[in-house]
Each structure stands twice: as C-alpha cells, then as structure tokens.
Design a protein around this ligand. Structure first.
Ligand code: NAD
Length: 360
C-alpha cells in the first residue's frame, strides 16, 4: 500500500500532540519521521510512531524537555538532552554547532541523554543548508544489537555515522549510514513482511551468517516490540573496518560526551549520544578555487561508467533526493502491518477516523 505524505504528516503530528507533546515538539517529530519515510529511510520514518508513543506511556522518554548546556567554551559545548525526544535535542544541539562554527570557524558539540535521534543525515543537511560542513558520530548506551568483527555476541548499537558538505549551487554531499550492515529498522521492516535484508546481515548464536530476523527479535511474531529478545546479532558493515568505526562512535559519542558507552542493561531505556564537528569552510578556503575544484571532481566522479544494471553513479545524498521526489508524487510505500500499528496507535488516542482515512 502507499500513503499520502501530507495527511500522514498531519496524522503523526496529531498522534504526538494527543500523546503529550506540545505543538512545536509534535510538529518536529512529525516533520522528521515523515521526511525519513519520504527520502527512503523507512526504518527511521513513521514506522517508529507506535514505539515512540509506547515510550511516552512507559515513561521511557520525557516530553517537552528544554535541553541544557552543561559545559561550554567558545567553540565547544556538551548538551544534556534530559531524556527528551531526539527530535527536540538534536536540532537544538545542531543549531548551537552551526552558530559557533559561523563565529569561530569550527565547533564541537556533544549530546548526552537524548532519546532516539532518528535519521542523523537530518543534522548534516541542517548544517549544509547554512553553509557548514559537519561530521557526526552516534552511539547508544542501551541498544546492544551488533557483534564486533570476529564474534556473534552483541557489543555495539548500530552506531550511525553521518557527514555533510555544502556544495555551491548544488545539493549537498550527505553521507549517512548505520555501522551495521543494515540499520535495525530495516530488519524490523523485513520482520514485518517488508523488503528482506541481505543473507549475511545477521549472525546467529552458532556464529553463522543469516537473514532470519527472529535471531534479533527472539520470535517470528511480526508485532514483536523489542529487539532485545533474540540470541543473535547484526553484523558490522565492511568486516573489521565497520567494527572499528563503530568502536570510534562509542569513544566519541559515548565517552567524551559523558553519555556512556554500550553496556548490557536490558532495563535501561534507549538513549543516543552524539559527537559532532562543525566547520565553516569560508574561514579556511579560498571560495572560488575550492568551489571550482569540487565542481570539477563531481563531474569526474559522475563520469565513471556505470556497471551493468546501474543507471548512474550516485553521490552520497542523491538517492534520497530521487526517493523524495518519487514518494511526494506517488506516496510512501508501507506494509499493512506497519500501517495497522500506526492506525491502532491513533485509535488508542481517540483520533478521528477521518484523519486516519485521509492518508490512504
Ligand atoms: N539514531 C540512531 O541510533 C540510528 C542508528 C542507526 C541508523 N540510523 C539512521 O538510519 C538511516 C539508515 O541507515 P542505513 O545504514 O540503512 O543507510 P543506507 O545503507 O541506506 O546508506 C545510506 C547512505 O548511502 C548513500 N547511498 C545509498 N545508495 C547509494 C548508491 N546506490 N550509490 C551511492 N550512495 C548511496 C546514501 O546517500 C546515504 O548517504 C540513516 O539515516 C541513519 O542515520 C540511526
């Protein structure tokens, strides 16, 4: 099935408003979740709605927090997210990083105690829109999912990495991925009957490659709520290289920010830490030469002959632009299970069925 993005965004806004978020927070959550679905990252899109609402009900997340700056110098800050929504904490920290980089040329912002930060590329895009380069490392203290290279036992979260570089008169370079071979949400989509994941995306407790998602959720039930029940793990992307990058995310986003590194504590609610570097290129490079060199290289890069079955070589961030164009026009694809779960959440909050049906 396909859903219309505009009424879907209104429905998601209404759900979070009814669930206890103020207007501005409900708008932000609806904006970020719908955007992730539009650009093709269904794993971090509206599929998250029922889980987020359950977190509010279970007191695993605090609504309407005001993030606090708990440590600060000219170009460095640590932001305490106070267990609030990542869609509130993330943009607050990102705006601070942009402001400081504009003034001082560079800045470093750490986030601790944040709820799920969602699609990290949102922050790379936010900075790039203001002419700022950014690099983001993320970890989680309570999302053990990924085995380090050489094991099947979980030691990391899916620890995403993202970077954005503005490009004059063009869409920015946006690299944004989980350090697991697939993001958890992609396995969840597969678990619910959506697109299947690669055969080596997971590893079972015998150390064998698999794409059987029950090794993560501990059950074949498509409505499984927790990824903590299984005995297997996700595999890192790129063997030892992805595993090493994930460890770096733990060090920067977990240790430096004070958010904490991965641990085996099943009662700890999910929290993200994020370590971000912001750079203002206009303070470091000669504009004309820099812009021309990037323009020349993009032309060279894009001229690489595509392999059989591939239309064109894509720059990081390009696929999302094509997805968004297509989904704005033709709708957001979704499995019935995912839609039913969103609908049930809306119904449980006594939302008018007309608002729900408008999405179809
Ligand atoms: N908050 C969290 O804790 C958390 C954890 C894990 C992942 N995430 C988010 O999940 C999302 C999905 O991550 P993922 O690992 O599934 O991403 P992915 O594997 O789809 O990779 C996406 C990146 O690869 C680029 N890309 C995709 N196809 C391409 C192609 N054909 N040619 C060139 N480049 C291409 C994209 O532009 C993008 O930069 C990300 O937005 C990430 O930030 C968040």
């Amino acid at each position: 099935m396909k859903l219309k993005s505009k009424p879907l965004k209104i429905l998601i806004f209404t759900i979070f408003k009814k669930a206890g978020c103020n207007k501005a927070e409900a708008e932000r959550i609806a904006e970020y979740l719908t955007k992730a679905s539009l650009v093709g990252h269904d794993s971090h899109g509206v599929i998250r709605t029922p889980r987020y609402v359950d977190m509010i009900k279970d007191n695993h997340i605090v609504t309407n927090v005001k993030p606090k700056i708990i440590m600060e110098s000219n170009n460095f800050s640590i932001v305490d997210g106070s267990d609030g929504f990542g869609q509130t904490v993330g943009p607050f920290a990102c705006k601070l990083g942009i402001k400081k980089a504009k003034k001082y040329g560079n800045s470093i912002i750490g986030i601790k105690n944040s709820g799920h930060l969602g699609r990290i590329g949102d922050f790379s895009e936010m900075a790039a829109e203001k002419g700022i380069i950014s690099v983001h490392f993320v970890n989680s203290i309570a999302g053990l999912l990924v085995a380090p290279y050489g094991s099947w036992e979980r030691r990391f979260s899916t620890n995403p990495f993202s970077a954005g570089v503005p490009i004059k008169n063009k869409k920015p370079f946006i690299l944004d991925f989980a350090t697991s071979l697939v993001a958890e949400g992609k396995a969840y989509v597969a678990h619910q009957g959506g697109k299947s994941i690669p055969k080596n995306a997971l590893i079972n407790d015998k150390g064998n490659d698999t794409n059987d998602t029950s090794v993560i959720y501990g059950t074949k039930d498509p409505n499984a709520k927790s990824s903590r029940g299984g005995t297997g793990a996700f595999q890192p992307f790129g063997l030892h290289k992805g595993s090493g990058l994930s460890f770096l995310c733990e060090l920067l986003a977990g240790a430096i920010t004070g958010s904490g590194m991965g641990r085996d504590n099943k009662s700890q609610p999910f929290r993200n830490g994020m370590f971000s570097i912001y750079l203002n290129p206009s303070k470091y490079v000669k504009g004309k030469e820099y812009d021309q060199e990037i323009k020349r290289y993009i032309k060279f890069f894009k001229s690489a002959e595509p392999n059989k079955g591939i239309d064109q070589v894509l720059m990081p961030g390009e696929k999302e632009i094509y997805n968004e164009k297509d989904r704005l026009k033709n709708g957001i694809p979704m499995t019935k299970i995912t839609w039913d779960a969103i609908k049930d959440t809306a119904i449980s909050l006594k939302i008018d069925s007309k608002l729900i049906n408008k999405c179809l």
